[in-house]
Ligand binder design. Sequence first.
Ligand code: UGA
Length: 429
Amino acid sequence: MKLTIIGTGYVGLVTGTCFAEVGHQVICVDNDAAKVEMLKAGGIPIYEPGLEELVRKNVAAGRLSFTVNTAEGVEKSDVVFIAVPTPPQTDGSVDLSFIEKVAREIAAAMTSYKIIVDKSTVPVKTGDKVAETIKRYCKAQVDFDVVSNPEFLREGFAVEDLMKPDRIVVGVRSQRPVAALKEIYAPFKSPIIVTDINSAELIKHASNSFLALKISYINAISVLCEATGANVQEVANGMGMDERIGRRFLNPSLGFGGSCFPKDLSAFIKIAEQTGYDFRLLKEVQRINTEQMDRFVKKIADTLWVLKDKKIGVLGLAFKQNTDDVRMSPAMDLCQRLLKEGASLRVHDPKAMDKARSLLPNVTYVDDLNDVAEGCDALVVATEWDEFKKLDLERARRLLSHPIMFDGRNMFDPEEMERLGWIYKSIGR
Ligand code: UGA
């Protein structure tokens, strides 16, 4: 099918590329001319495993193209996906101005029936607003359908998640666009659930909030484990074997971060508030998340006593492994807090150092993981990169003034670390 994707961020670029990979003819539109030029030349603006190869392959096959021209994208395709950012505002609500602008642009360019599909994460009832806006700004008075089709991909696993989704949610006002959506998604061989638009929009916020809740829950359990001498990893394994609970998203951490969970939780609390419901459960999820970081910083300060003038090596800057994204990263937050206490930092991340540099200028960036510990008083693990498991512990021990490690991702075995002579403090065990 002929498809246009407006917005080439994480969601738009991965969606467009995977649609092309399964055989659709895809035009990706972005108003950032430099980004479009980069993509045309075979480069990609983000690190995402497997994506660069797929973009190149599908551009070469003539199935994937890039343009800054929205009208061209609308004219040449039957189905137009909206995948533009929906950033948070200071009060936690969502800034929908990019969605509104794109809706007007699509309306102005429409000369025949189009299906307009929203992929961006939006508050419930946004579909209605998009439909109203298109109707108002479409001079040609052509027919159209608005569909809500939320995306569930995780950064770092985006291609995998998109090619093999657990489910595809399609929210519609009438049955007319359903066949086209089913045809688009047929190659992915995943269950398709068709709902009304409001339910589809809610499914996205409800899912992300539930996953965040799951993480805060295990982080709260980690506090109890520390207080009682239990081991949170054992507790998570034992809980996770119950199929009703599941082991995934029960990994204790410094707290969740990234461009989705913190933003979507705030938005969902605000959406509930606007309906007159005080979603206190989710406010508690946020509070546990903030306290998790406070507790970790306190753990470091309690051990090192005074942080001022201490040199600390930090492993990880990205908000999680397999990405170079540092937006709302717990690791970046931790660095800022240690710097504020007067510590100096030597930091390393396999992919995120370039993106971190301008946001975190007053630290030493170290290219080799095994050199980070040099002259430091302690090491901190802040992101769960698999590479960190290969850290040369013997060398790190020699380079540190004291063999102290704070592990915010439970990457190492406490008994083994103690046997190797480390003072090792992790989470909930
Ligand atoms: C999240 C959802 O998982 C996706 O399904 C959704 O599509 C996406 O948001 C979105 O709304 O666009 P993402 O933010 O890319 O995906 O990353 P996750 O893998 O969910 O991790 C989020 C944060 O939770 C990270 O900081 C991660 O380290 C943390 N986390 C995750 C934990 O602390 N413990 C866990 O067990 C799992």
